[in-house]
Design a protein around this ligand. Sequence first.
Ligand SMILES: [Zn+2]
Length: 122
Amino acid sequence: MASLCRQIIRANALKTTLFSTARRGYADRMLPDPLEHATGLERKELLAMQSGNDDPFNMKVLKKAAGTRDNPTLVPSCFDARIVGCICEEHATAVNWLWVHKGHPRRCECGHWYKLIEKTPL
Ligand SMILES: [Zn+2]
């Protein structure tokens, strides 16, 4: 019985030593920086965000400008056209989608104007 108790005590001591060593080993290590592993567009996005641009692909909702023909809401795009979703009324439950082409400002059904402006790609 005494030898069984000694074996259990040794096993618990060994387990404690192993776990504490493992914890110490992981405690001083950190997860790698995602920028070190990112490539392509993801890397460009992370670099842009690091330099202070929090919306490098212009995916955030735009605030509407006056929306007149002379002062339209400017929509940045790297391409010749872009799809714009207009929330025509404040509590509208549907989005009105329309294409806006470069050089041709477009009027939504609600009367709001949109104009495409050129943006340099990342
Ligand atoms: Zn609209």
